[in-house]
Design a binder for this molecule. Structure first.
Ligand SMILES: [Zn+2]
Length: 162
């Protein structure tokens, strides 16, 4: 994810709403991943080396959808919570679900692709969307977007060329 959400100071495990919503959030993220992987394009020959450079193990599985905006969850509670966390808002230019990446039209750069591909690598390291998402959301709540270790890591892997 690449955006600038507000800072928070609690933890997902201490956050009853988020804790309760987590299964629905994982189901929604899984559905987004399947949608992108069904309809999206593989990385271009120019983009593929970026994925390899940031450590993606299976870059051939990555799929990208360029969209005007990410479809918000139909579940109103999930949608409100995502926006409250700074996710899926108008400033977001990219977001990754497993091997599926949404990129906002007009913002597709090597730098953004490498950032989102590093999130793919993080999903691979976690083993699944269900394993990655609780850790990621917990970091957003605990550290805020800028200082969340997974975001710091993704930013440190941004590059203009492979
Ligand atoms: Zn990010």
């Amino acid at each position: 994810m690449r955006t600038v959400p507000p800072r928070r100071a609690s933890s997902v495990r201490q956050h009853p709403v988020l804790s309760r919503l987590l299964p629905r959030a994982i189901a929604w993220a899984d559905a987004q991943s399947q949608e992108i992987c069904a309809r999206g394009a593989p990385l271009s020959p120019q983009q593929l080396p970026l994925a390899i450079a940031v450590g993606v193990t299976r870059p051939e599985l990555v799929r990208v959808c360029e969209v005007n905006r990410v479809p918000a969850p139909e579940d109103p509670e999930l949608r409100e919570t995502a926006l409250d966390l700074g996710l899926l808002g108008p400033t977001m230019i990219g977001i990754t679900f497993g091997y599926g990446i949404y990129l906002m039209n007009g913002h597709v750069t090597n730098r953004l692709v490498s950032h989102e591909c590093r999130h793919v690598q993080q999903y691979e390291a976690a083993g699944s969307i269900a394993a990655f998402l609780p850790v990621y959301l917990d970091q957003l709540l605990t550290f805020g977007y800028d200082d969340a270790p997974l975001e710091v890591d993704a930013r440190s892997h941004e590059r203009d060329q492979a």
